[in-house]
Design a binder for this molecule. Structure first.
Ligand SMILES: [Fe+2]
Length: 184
């Protein structure tokens, strides 16, 4: 939310703000490896194609500086990955591809507005400020046999559905050759 608030305050358009809001959604589901690729697949059925694309490619682009727009390699990556770290082939391939794409700045703006969990996020913004972006993309679920209402606007999956969802997410594995990229 901090990244999306920063993008919103910086005057970014709604697609970029939504991409910032969702860009690490896969991390919340504990799919950290290749989180941009997994996250893009999770949201692709619900959001504009450009938003999912930006979420996917922010992952590769965050490793590569772009001085023309003021993006530098994150200082913390030196500590995390080591001074000699070289991103794997598929990350370098996809960053190169993204750099030449018409939606490059959408993905780049996700990296520019990213606030890493180890950075000072400041005060957490009120989630309500994103309602107009989120609700059209993810309308509240309707009550039904597989969902149970917990508030006026929120439903949770029944236990059997929740179990299926968690099983399908836990069965995900990254591949040595890298995930298949979305390439419209
Ligand atoms: Fe990320």
């Amino acid at each position: 939310m901090g990244s999306a608030k920063r993008a919103m305050d910086g005057g970014q358009d709604e697609k970029v703000v939504l991409a910032c809001l969702l860009h690490d959604i896969s991390n919340a589901c504990l799919i950290r490896t290749d989180h941009g690729y997994w996250g893009a697949q999770m949201i692709a059925p619900y959001v504009d194609e450009e938003v999912a694309w930006a979420v996917q490619y922010h992952q590769a682009l965050r490793y590569f500086a772009d001085p023309s727009v003021g993006y530098t390699y994150p200082e913390s990556y030196h500590r995390f990955f080591g001074e000699d770290f070289v991103p794997p082939d598929y990350i370098r391939r996809d960053a190169e591809y993204a750099r030449g794409h018409r939606w490059y700045m959408s993905a780049r703006n996700v990296t520019l507005n990213d606030i890493y969990f180890f950075d000072d996020m400041g005060e957490m913004p009120d989630p309500e400020i994103f309602t107009d972006l989120i609700v059209p993309a993810f309308p509240p679920a309707q009550p039904g046999p597989r969902f149970r209402r917990i508030t006026d606007r929120a439903y949770v999956a029944d236990d059997d559905l929740a179990e299926q969802l968690s099983l399908s997410m836990c069965s995900c594995e990254s591949r040595n050759t890298g995930p298949k990229a979305l390439r419209p």
